[in-house]
Write a new protein. Structure first.
Length: 483
């Protein structure tokens, strides 16, 4: 008989377009996860700038946690909660914990000038890459904070702490101020190795060093919830705060390091795990971001535009799918179309935050004298094939840079449900794609909490017992390329 006490954990997983609270119950043998709350999220525009609705997000987090606790059998307690979010975004607070600056969304184009300036000065770019392992990406926290300080110099006096969004929600829950390592590594302000903030980067961007504290590893217990009286017995665990770090931990990787990882959602994050960072000039040119795992190791990856292309394009069509069934019909219809003759250049900066994604795609196609798709089905086909090709190009880069031979691509996230995207990736890459249809970030988040609660020794242990037995779908390349 299984005598182990059940453990109940809530994973708060906030994404740029939706958020969810997933209740995970580990009974010593299986992990049952149930979505207890889901809500939309969106960038809010005010004047010429883009922001996150932080108060709205906190309201949803609170609602979701109360729902999670209410769904438990009488007498059982929610043991812990962990929060993960997208990367780079942050709050500035004073000593009393009050917000002193609005929380901008990373797609706000206030960072463009600083981003372009760094990209154009190759010696500076190389110096910052060498120091932080993160190349110039338009949304980096570094560019955001540099713009904040330049446009509102008084903020240097007002702000006492910079917390990344998961760090801030942890603080709101339990009052403990801490920067977690995986989310800190998305900033372009952390040293590429170790856990010191980069003096070189802080100086270059004009960001005060005292805003940050030495990052802590994930699976650290921060304290009990103090802001929601009904949940005062629940512990707050710092999980890998970056959703991508959580998703990577939830992939059924082999011990041989021959798997390439894709977390496929609004962004396609394509990379691998590594004990050392990739810091060569070639890695910088390839746009490799040496982000960290929750225990401070490396997950070099490249960021592609991902399903943002599709999410944006859908807005131009009145008849768009809302149910799983409608999605399946759309994807099936798109799979039956002939392959597009020419694919999109998905790195086109015009796709970053256009007023109309369809118009941005049409403009690129017209420029390349390519015929426009006739309907939504045609756009879906074009987008999925183009993303598949983008994934394959990153595989080539990683093969070259790591000197490894990748045997499989492990894919998790919303894209795992999209058969056309998985097949297009396998076809273009010439190796199988193993798709895991689970909420990857939430699962990694739950794993980190269960490690903190001592139900598992490590993520390797969690993967062996929880992830490897999960069903997955393998897409074999239809026309293996000669390599
Ligand atoms: C995905 C993600 C990516 C990051 C982007 C912006 O949700 O976290 O990893 O590069 O959002 O933060």
């Amino acid at each position: 008989m299984n005598t182990l006490k059940k453990l109940h954990c809530a994973a708060v997983d906030l994404g740029a377009t939706s958020g969810r609270v997933i209740l995970g119950t580990w009974n010593g043998t299986i992990l049952i996860s149930t979505e207890v709350h889901r809500f939309p999220n969106a960038i809010r525009t005010l004047g010429n700038h883009d922001y996150w609705d932080i108060t709205g997000l906190w309201h949803e987090v609170r609602t979701g946690l109360l729902k999670a606790a209410a769904s438990l059998p009488a007498g059982e307690t929610l043991n812990s909660v962990g929060v993960d979010t997208w990367g780079v975004d942050h709050v500035l607070i004073n000593e009393a914990g009050r917000l002193v600056y609005p929380t901008h969304a990373y797609r706000d184009d206030r960072t463009q000038a600083g981003f372009k300036a760094l990209k154009s000065k190759s010696a500076d770019h190389a110096r910052i890459y060498e120091a932080t392992g993160i190349p110039a990406v338009f949304y980096n926290t570094s560019f955001q904070l540099a713009e904040t300080v330049a446009s509102s110099p008084e903020v240097k006096k007002l702000a006492a702490h910079c917390l990344f969004l998961p760090d801030y929600f942890n603080y709101l829950l339990c009052g403990r101020l801490a920067n977690e390592v995986s989310i800190s590594s998305t900033s372009q302000l952390l040293d590429v190795t170790g856990t010191k903030w980069s003096a070189t980067a802080l100086k270059h961007f004009g960001v005060p060093a005292h805003w940050f504290s030495t990052p802590i590893n994930a699976s650290t217990r921060l304290g009990r919830i103090s802001s929601i009286p009904e949940l005062k017995k629940t512990s707050v665990v710092a999980v890998p705060g970056h959703d991508t770090a959580c998703a990577y931990e939830a992939l059924p990787s082999s011990a041989d390091e021959d798997d390439l990882f894709i977390s496929s959602g609004t962004w396609s994050l394509v990379g691998c795990k590594s004990s050392t960072p990739f810091v060569s000039t070639a890695a910088m040119k390839a746009g490799i971001c040496n982000e960290r795992t929750g225990d401070g190791r490396f997950r070099p990856l490249t960021n592609l535009i991902g399903l943002w292309l599709l999410e944006g394009t859908l807005k131009a069509f009145t008849e768009r799918p809302t149910t799983n069934r409608q999605w399946q019909i759309l994807i099936r219809a798109a799979s039956k179309l002939p392959a597009p003759r020419k694919l999109l250049d998905i790195d086109d900066p015009a796709f970053a935050n256009p007023p109309s994604m369809k118009k941005a795609i049409d403009a690129q196609l017209r420029k390349n004298r390519t015929r426009l798709p006739q309907d939504l089905v045609g756009y879906v086909r074009l987008i999925c094939d183009s993303l598949g090709q983008g994934h394959a190009q990153v595989l080539e880069k990683f093969t070259r840079l790591s000197c490894r031979t990748f045997k499989r691509i492990l894919l998790v996230g919303g894209g795992a449900k999209n058969r056309l995207l998985c097949q297009a990736t396998a076809d273009a890459a010439g190796i199988p794609v193993v798709a895991l249809r689970v909420e990857g970030s939430a699962l990694g988040n739950l794993g980190s909490q269960l490690i903190a609660l001592k139900a598992f020794k490590s993520f390797a242990d969690f993967r062996e017992k929880v992830i490897h037995p999960l069903p997955s779908l393998t897409f074999k390349p239809r026309s293996p390329r000669s390599r």
